[in-house]
Design a protein around this ligand. Sequence first.
Ligand code: ASP
Length: 606
Amino acid sequence: MSFVKRDRDNGTLRMADVGREVTLNGWAHKVRDLGGLCFVDLRDRTGLIQLVFNPSVFPNLEDVRAETCLSVTGFVRARAPEAANPKLPTGEVEVEVRSYSVLGPSKPLPFPVSDEEQMRSVNEELRIKYRYLDLRRPSMYRKLALRAAALRKIRDFLAGEGFVEVETPIITKSTPEGARDYLVPYRLEPGHFYALPQSPQQYKQLLMVGGIERYYQIAKCFRDESQRADRQPEFTQLDLEMSFVEQEDILRLMETLTLKVVNELIEEFGLDLAPVQPFARLTYDESVDLYGCDKPDLRFGLPLFDVTDAVGESGFGVFRATVEAGGRVRGIRYPGGANLSRKEIGQLEEFCKEFGAKGMASLAVVTADEAGESPYVSPRGLAVRGSIAKFFGPDELEAILARSAAEPGDLLCFVADAYMVGNNVLARLRNEVGRRCGLRDPRALKFAWVLDFPLFEWSPESRSWTPSHHPFTAPKTADMVFFESDPGRVRADCYDVVCNGMEWASGSIRIHRPDVQARIFTMLGIDEATQKDRFGHMLEAFQYGAPPHGGIAPGIDRLVMLLLGEDNIREVIAFPKVAQGYDPMMDAPSVIDPQQWAELGLRLSR
Ligand code: ASP
């Protein structure tokens, strides 16, 4: 099938081209029939150019509709100054069409591709069903172009550091990262399955045993877990691993890479973001203590405060009982919250209950003049108001005001519960308060290291220890003394990068000694036979001179989200899944032929 091929890209035409004959290929972005003349904005990946069809030459343009694919030949001419479009780089010129042909006619569209404003209210599932049309929008093109530039820069940087890109298998054996596996039945032996990797973790460690020393891969990871705004069943990581390194070496490499790649992208794409600064560092314990979680949003302060020791004997029964039961009374300052109505405070309490709190108590902080019959006025001239104020004596109130660093106008919100239950609630409340008070600088990307995670977490459901990262993470040597006596106290050489409240990267120094790895498996309740069956290859490999090694894996989708200020991961993936892992464009997952069932030795039990 021949067609008249373009000799110019649409977005490149300028005044210097006036008088030239050009052939262009692209899509009819907008068609405006003004009776006399018909104007069409022709779009290709480089931009838009206005075409003019003269009715004396083209009396009938019925075959040119929105999104028709066209080849057009014509002369570039200057627009009248008042007709110029300063918003378009090509806005000073237009192309007077001499001839055109339709390369691909278009049916009426399911949504107005050319209208960014209207596209905002189009149902997302419909957009994803017709993703090939949605992707025609320049804004979507830009997202993919930014993503591609990020990958290119990462590759260039790592090549410069002596890394080798290695692909690892997709159909393989289960690699646990704490989610459910996607399984692929094996035709030749019914009952046997491949698993899609939750990450290339085991392969990258085996590459280190294989002497590769510096590996990376832009890796697809597959995790069958409940979806969230920042999660997809398959997602992309920059997976990397290094031999003969300590934690500090990996932190340095990762931080250098991030600063370089992110700052270059900000510059090149003209993103409205402040240049990224060297990462803050905090330990896991500090992070939980200050912000209630291990992925704090550091665009604003508002640390949690703790008044457990000050209110344990107060007249407020809820606090007293919590402290007696070994729980904690912690809280957060809500600047300006003293003005909230009783109803609004009730809604805030509901918010807390949604995340597992039994309740939320509050005190408004006011100046002495506003206090009325306040039971207490602090040396700083502060007083409190609220239904629980009467339960506290002066010392207790002073401790509350001091620990919370209260200011007039604040609402102090308290959650009394077991340490981590309360933290989880307060961390979410902190984010909510940050959002409501407009404390999140939209131009800031606040990267930070969270270090020294615990090696294990106690899982009350399975009544066993589970890895807080994955089972290949090395314990800190100094903490091994607690390994048997107090496993929860053993910290790991494990680190995360967080940014703006999102976990962006996770990594660790790995176990490279088979005896240590076997001990960890045992602590995780994996008996010897299962160890051999599931991880025998790792335990075996470590017996042939395994080097000390470690690595990290930042999320690529999340990086692009951060750069674009997107809250929805689907916006930065060409072909994402919607809820329940469904792909409405391909209609996957879908039913398979009865013959395939038989071939795979599978039977439907329903
Ligand atoms: N495999 C880990 C993950 O996917 C990253 C790492 O430890 O390098 O989170």
